[in-house]
Design a protein around this ligand. Structure first.
Ligand SMILES: C=C(O[C@@H]1C=C(C(=O)O)C=C[C@H]1O)C(=O)O
Length: 284
């Protein structure tokens, strides 16, 4: 039992994940570990191929690989309403004309499929989707609209470009009445079975990190201003809007998203939310 190598931990390389990870190293009791920071699509691939043992990933990727993963409870990136960093930029208002071609960022899994659900079921249109690097201007050279997420979306939202903007978290909430969970933290089931104490230690550190950061937003806000620009008031609003606890309302929203994904053929099977505690910690 246990690990005879450093445990590998995937971290989302966007400000939205800072409240989960910012204090991780300070809170960790692990003797050896490696934190690898990447965009979500890359983390999704690395956890699936077992290059990572545990990672924050797109919730859609959990849906695709649920039989191989367990979720770490009370950890997520979600919103009930505006998410502020999952944005569809359109050349024309969607009420006037439905987009025929949408350029979608290659860094996402959850949001691209959320967009497909929204276009098909809410706006009742079937645009063509073309994956591209998250660069708004070049994306819009070829398409009527562009989906970008994370820090790039935040930066694009600050610019005066005259585009029409739809916040997918807000639209999902207005439409379904639910919150939405964009990212979860998952461990590979084989690792959770072989080294539950290592996964538990990662979990404890992430939970402690999240709890500390939520009570001490100031350092995160200052760091965001210096690294990414913008006003302190913006970052205060941003971090306060996001939901990190994966509570029942956020889980309900995610279950509905999985049901719609299955209905539209985006996911091949129904998805159960299986948590690390239930399967791996019989003594708790
Ligand atoms: C809130 C966000 O959620 C992100 C969206 C993801 C996706 O679309 O796959 C994955 C991880 C999250 O960090 C964001 O990127 O702004």
């Amino acid at each position: 039992m246990g690990m005879n190598r450093p445990i590998t931990i995937g971290r989302i390389d966007y400000a939205n994940a800072w409240p989960l990870f910012h204090e991780f190293e300070k809170r960790s009791t692990l003797s050896s570990y490696e934190v690898i920071s990447r965009v979500p699509s890359e983390l999704n691939r690395m956890l699936q191929s077992a290059e990572l043992d545990v990672s924050a990933i797109s919730s859609f990727s959990y849906g695709q690989n649920a039989s191989d993963y367990v979720l770490l409870p009370k950890l997520s990136v979600g919103s009930i309403g505006n998410v502020n960093s999952i944005l569809l930029f359109l050349k024309e208002p969607i009420e006037r004309r439905r987009p025929r071609k949408i350029s979608v960022t290659t860094t996402s899994a959850t949001s691209v499929n959320l967009l497909k659900i929204i276009m098909t079921m809410y706006y009742e249109c079937e645009p063509e989707y073309s994956p591209a690097a998250p660069e708004l201007e070049s994306m819009l050279e070829e398409a009527d609209a562009a989906l970008i997420i994370g820090d790039s979306a935040i930066h694009a939202s600050w610019k005066k470009h005259g585009l029409h903007v739809i916040d997918l978290g807000r639209l999902w909430h207005e439409w379904t009445g639910h919150g939405m969970t964009y990212a979860v933290v998952a461990a590979r089931k084989d690792i959770a079975a072989a080294a539950p104490e290592s996964i538990q230690a990662v979990y404890n550190a992430l939970l402690a990190s999240k709890q500390y950061n939520k009570a001490h937003l100031e350092p995160l806000i200052n760091y965001a201003c210096s690294l990414l620009g913008g006003e302190a008031a913006y970052w205060d609003m941003y971090f306060r809007s996001l939901q990190y606890d994966f509570g029942s309302e956020l889980q309900e929203g995610l279950k509905l998203y999985f049901r719609y994904s299955k209905q539209l053929g985006l996911l091949g099977s129904d998805v159960e939310l299986t948590f690390f505690e239930e399967t791996n910690l019989p003594n708790r």
